[in-house]
Design a protein. Structure first.
Length: 120
């Protein structure tokens, strides 16, 4: 992991937390925060994730995206009824982390497909 990769991860996590909690109702709405999360995710995907970590990263990103999508359905309503403010913060954090990790997952998936398809 390079210094730039470490910095991108730390900045991405900070902005995911910041954007998830204070960025808007349920999802980050600040365009600058969203742009920073996407750029940090690209840098993370290019510099931080090795071939050995690819499966875990792809699985974790799928979980984040699915939970983020699930939070907008009626299945998540009991959490909103328990505490609307807490539920908004939880959903915001999950969606912000999904925004951070989705670009890196796309890059890792492409790198993995290229590695598998490459002739020996």
């Amino acid at each position: 992991m390079t210094t730039l990769g470490k910095a991108a991860f730390i900045v991405g996590v900070f902005f995911a937390i910041f954007g998830g909690i204070w960025g808007g109702i349920d999802v980050p709405t600040n365009r600058a925060v969203i742009a920073i999360l996407i750029v940090a995710g690209v840098i993370i995907g290019l510099l931080n994730i090795t071939a050995r970590e690819a499966t875990a990263v792809l699985l974790a990103t799928m979980a984040l995206v699915l939970i983020g999508m699930w939070s907008t359905t009626t299945a998540f309503w009991p959490v909103f009824h328990l505490s609307h403010g807490l539920a908004e913060n939880v959903v915001g954090l999950v969606v912000a982390f999904a925004l951070l990790m989705a670009p890196s997952a796309i890059i890792v998936a492409v790198k993995t497909v290229i590695a598998v398809a490459r002739p020996d």
